[in-house]
Design a protein around this ligand. Structure first.
Ligand code: NAD
Ligand code: UDP
Length: 385
């Protein structure tokens, strides 16, 4: 492989990347990128490896460059040793499905704050660079959400655009336990920032804005618990695979911007390979062009799923469900999430490329190919039992 150059035209050295949470959705795509397109080595840490099993099979050309370590970072003394062996640490480990934030707030806070503290500490103590995954949810609600619904100010980006260095973080009251995740992530961001300021930790913080694509979460009853509630892509995919209406929480009026996982992973690779441009920065990583309401997302996914699967358009594509019924007590929602892209464009020259239609078409083709047979079997089993 010819030497690869970074954004400043310097040769990129081979790196040993300690990736914590490597067996999850983002981790699996980052491992693929590093194995297929670079010469870097990965120490992959997770409690699960199913989503990266295809990379771990012996005999692959990259076999010597990836090692899986089944480690639970809550209580495993091997963690510091693995960090010491690496050049850069990428921390993805977290509980990060909204259905858990209000129903398992303690696990959520421990996972996103307490369990991340030793990782930060070991990076500071051993002088290792840390790329830590936070979330766009640290912004919480927009300032605009407090304006009357007919206010002309709602059209002014000052009231909704989310900027890393300017926007406030606005959460609901404590009894709305939805915000346990955002609050834990905010505090770990502040801890990392303070380690940078007081102890010279070299860090980058990533705020993903709804990254979606193949291998995200699970299909309940097929490769995850039957009663589990994954994130919206997997919820709607499950409804489509089962031929049932998509459930719109509180009418599906919240807005989101979705970015294709493969575009977003390009941004992470740029951060890994351009430390001088990425250190000490917080980056929004999303696609501001791909904004929809959740209801629009549901209708678009239905249209595209029918196209890729050959199924007929359903007569009743969606049903409304209250958030209390769907998520339980203590749920609350972010109203709108549009990332400001100034910092990532300036530092890394990164721009997402894939339209919402195209990313949903490739993702739903994957969902249909991977799951439709298993879902049909699950349905026929439940009819016969
Ligand atoms: P994911 O749940 O698919 O992956 C997280 C992985 O971390 C899982 O494989 C899990 O087994 C592992 N993990 C959790 N606790 C662990 C522990 N104690 N020890 C070892 N491994 C552990 O989630 P994802 O979508 O890949 O998200 C990765 C990161 O990005 C998370 O920090 C999440 O908060 C953040 N994030 C993602 C999105 C998105 O759009 N996907 C949005 C906002 C933030
Ligand atoms: N949502 C929905 N139906 C579902 C799952 C989710 O209407 O079956 C909504 C949810 O209330 C939120 C949005 O879709 O407004 C995105 O949810 P997701 O779980 O992906 O996470 P979030 O973007 O809130 O972090």
């Amino acid at each position: 492989m010819a030497a690869r150059l970074n954004l400043d035209g310097e040769e990129i050295n081979h790196l040993k990347v300690c990736m914590i949470g490597a067996g999850g959705f983002i981790g699996s795509h980052l491992c693929e990128k590093l194995m297929w397109e670079t010469e870097h080595t990965v120490l992959a840490i997770d409690v699960y490896s199913d989503k990266i099993q295809h990379l771990l099979e012996p005999g692959n050309p990259w076999s010597k460059r990836i090692e899986f370590h089944k480690v639970n970072i809550k209580h495993d003394s091997r963690l510091e040793g693995l960090i010491k062996l690496s050049d850069v640490v990428v921390n993805l480990a977290a509980i990060c499905t909204p259905a858990d934030y209000n129903t398992r707030p303690l696990d959520t806070i421990y996972s996103n704050f307490i369990d991340a503290i030793p990782v930060v500490r070991y990076c500071t103590d051993n002088n290792k660079r840390l790329i830590h995954f936070s979330t766009c949810e640290v912004y919480g609600k927009t300032i605009g959400s407090f304006l009357p619904q007919d206010s002309p100010l709602l059209k002014d980006p000052a009231y909704y655009l989310l900027k890393e260095d300017q926007s406030p973080c606005i959460f609901g009251p404590i009894e709305k336990q939805r915000w346990s995740y955002a609050c834990a992530k905010q505090l770990i961001e502040r801890l990392i920032y303070a380690e940078g300021a007081e102890n010279d930790l070299q860090f980058t913080i990533v705020r993903p804005f709804n990254w979606i694509g193949p291998r995200m979460d699970f299909i309940p009853g097929v490769d995850g618990p039957s009663e589990g509630v994954p994130r919206v892509l997997a919820c709607f995919s499950t409804n489509l695979l089962k031929g049932e209406p998509l459930k719109l929480v509180d009418g599906g009026k919240s807005q989101r911007t979705f970015v294709y996982i493969k575009d977003a992973i390009e941004a992470v690779l740029l951060m890994i390979e351009n430390p001088d441009r990425a250190n000490s920065h917080i980056f929004n990583v999303g696609n501001p062009e791909n904004e929809v309401t959740v209801k629009e997302l549901a209708l678009l996914m239905t249209e595209i799923y029918c196209k890729v699967s050959g199924e007929l358009k359903p007569e009743i594509p969606t049903v409304d469900v209250s958030s209390k019924e769907f998520y339980g007590e203590g749920y609350d929602d972010s109203d709108k999430r549009i990332p400001d892209m100034t910092i990532i464009k300036r530092q890394l020259g990164w721009n997402p490329k894939t339209s919402l239609y195209d990313l949903l078409e490739s993702t739903l083709t994957y969902q249909h190919t991977t799951y439709s047979r298993a879902v049909k079997q699950m349905i026929s089993k439940s009819h016969t039992s």
